[in-house]
Design a protein around this ligand. Structure first.
Ligand code: SF4
Length: 354
């Protein structure tokens, strides 16, 4: 779908960009418009970016349960074989515009997607789902025999796969790869403790070389300790976008510290749109020079009240520039870019390895 993805965790260690890959497409039966399809699964879906794109540029329909009857889901054969053409090894996020383990994606479709993964061991496929139970069940099916015998994908794909330079072809697939595929990561997306309690037991029992968790958007604190021994890494982050909800840094720090204690990688994707008032205040103080607003000079060593800090953050026009909590803390909306990717001044870029 989109080579050169901007998603931080698809970036290779050498800094080269990864890719998103969306062979599952949807057609609006009424209008004929082509786009994508999904259905909200939990609170993490409320501000789904894929849904916003689909409403604007795709089928025009929301990702609300009940729209399945309005669309026809299909596997786009031209998109399916894209990774065969990508020579440079990439981290690839398959199904970034949907959930590949949702019930509208058939086992036969997944078999073809896995076939492409099997034929391209140079790439790493970062599967991620909120339907962790289906992922567990599918990965237990060991589809390699079906991949081999079903002539699973289009003639064009076979031509690509017959490239003599290819390390793995349909003919030597059985001798070169085994299940689970070493270049497939299986990930569960969890946004809070109830979702972790529901999905991580499935992930724990998923047959995969790499099991990972996306804790983004983090919408509540999560104690991961029960599952950490079976995990290969966690990616954490706050929500971004117009309606982004707040993620207090304490939740992300906790995820980072739990990973550190267990000796597993933690990747900090982003802080989101909001930062703690204390953090913003510290940043202003660290600027080390006088800041003025409406002609009033602020002494950087004098504590700013949150309204002033919010205004200085350039969010005076925002609908919700700041928010108070009952525990006395305050968060300020500064935008994704200003909120950045540093957690306590450090960039955390550790990703799982097979
Ligand atoms: S599962 Fe993913 S793609 Fe589907 S609605 Fe939720 S956030 Fe969007």
């Amino acid at each position: 779908m989109a080579d050169r993805s901007k998603i931080e965790w698809t970036r290779s260690p050498d800094g080269s960009a990864g890719a998103t890959w969306n062979p599952i497409r949807a057609r609006n039966k009424a209008t004929g418009k082509i786009g994508w399809h999904c259905a909200h699964a939990s609170p993490g879906c409320v501000n789904c970016y894929a849904e916003a794109i689909n409403k604007r540029l795709g089928t025009g329909l929301p990702f609300k349960p009940g729209h399945a009857k309005d669309i026809a889901v299909y596997l786009d054969e031209a998109t399916l074989i894209q990774p065969l053409r990508w020579k440079r090894p990439r981290l690839i996020f398959p199904g970034s515009m949907t959930d590949l383990f949702a019930d509208f994606v058939t086992d036969a479709m997944l078999d073809k997607i896995m076939t492409v993964a099997a034929l391209t061991p140079r790439h790493t496929y970062q599967f991620l789902t909120k339907r962790s139970e289906r992922m567990r069940d599918y990965m237990a099916l060991d589809p390699l025999h079906r991949i081999h015998t079903a002539a699973a994908f289009a003639p064009e794909a076979w031509r690509w796969a017959h490239n003599p330079a290819a390390a793995v072809t349909p003919y030597n697939l059985f001798s070169r790869v085994s299940w689970p595929l070493s270049n497939v990561w299986c990930g569960a997306s969890v946004e809070d403790q109830p979702r972790a309690d529901e999905r991580l037991p499935h992930l724990e029992r998923t047959i995969a070389m790499v099991r990972w968790v996306s804790y983004e958007p983090a919408l509540g604190p999560v104690n991961f300790s029960r599952w950490l021994p079976g995990l290969d890494g966690i990616v954490g982050g706050g929500e971004s976008g117009r309606e982004a909800r707040m993620t207090p840094r304490a939740w992300l720090r906790s995820a980072r510290d739990q990973c550190a204690a267990a000796g597993i990688p933690y990747f900090h994707k982003q802080n989101g749109e909001w930062i703690d008032a204390d953090e913003w205040h510290d940043r202003l103080r660290n600027l080390g020079y006088q800041i003025s607003f409406n002609g009033v000079a602020f002494d950087p060593v004098t504590p700013l009240n949150f309204e002033d800090a919010a205004l200085l953050a350039g969010v005076a026009g925002a609908r919700r520039p700041f928010e108070h909590f009952s525990d006395g803390s305050t968060m300020i909306r500064v935008g994704k870019k200003a909120a950045g990717r540093l957690l306590d001044g450090v960039e955390h870029n550790a990703l799982p390895t097979a």
